[in-house]
Design a protein around this ligand. Sequence first.
Ligand code: HEM
Length: 139
Amino acid sequence: MSAEANATTTTTANAPKIIKLAEIEKHTSRDDLWMVINGKVYDVTPFVDEHPGGEEVLVDCGGIDATTPFEDVGHSDDAVEALVPLYVGDADPEEFKTKSSTRSGALSGSSESSSSSLSFLIIAAIVAAAAFFYLQTKK
Ligand code: HEM
């Protein structure tokens, strides 16, 4: 038994394993299926046959961030608990920025103001077009 091997094992056991998007994207078949929910990576393969919502919806979410479809269904606490044994590691936070992160909150502030000025421009264009057509038909 080498001390080096021991040290490696201890480090891996304590820190959550960070999994890159490139790795997650490799597992998209019903026999090897991973997905990301709330920033965590799950190996859903053993659950495919058990899923009350059927296997197709799960396979459709293979290799991607399935947080939104998972939450949109309104899954019960039982469903959330079923995730626990399927956990394999954390999605790389640089690649998967979850909705709950404070960083995306800060970003949404700036995107909100740019989208409201875009709405203003669209409305102004519609009003201008309406005025133009009104004046044309009056002639
Ligand atoms: C590994 C992740 C998932 C687990 C552990 C899981 C678990 C469950 C469980 C336990 C139920 C029964 C109802 C409940 O307790 O809420 C359920 C129902 C359902 N799930 Fe999932 N689910 C997962 C992912 C998904 C995804 C990604 C979708 C995509 C849309 C989905 C769609 C559905 C649907 C549509 C139902 C309702 C089935 C019905 O009532 O007819 N599930 N799921």
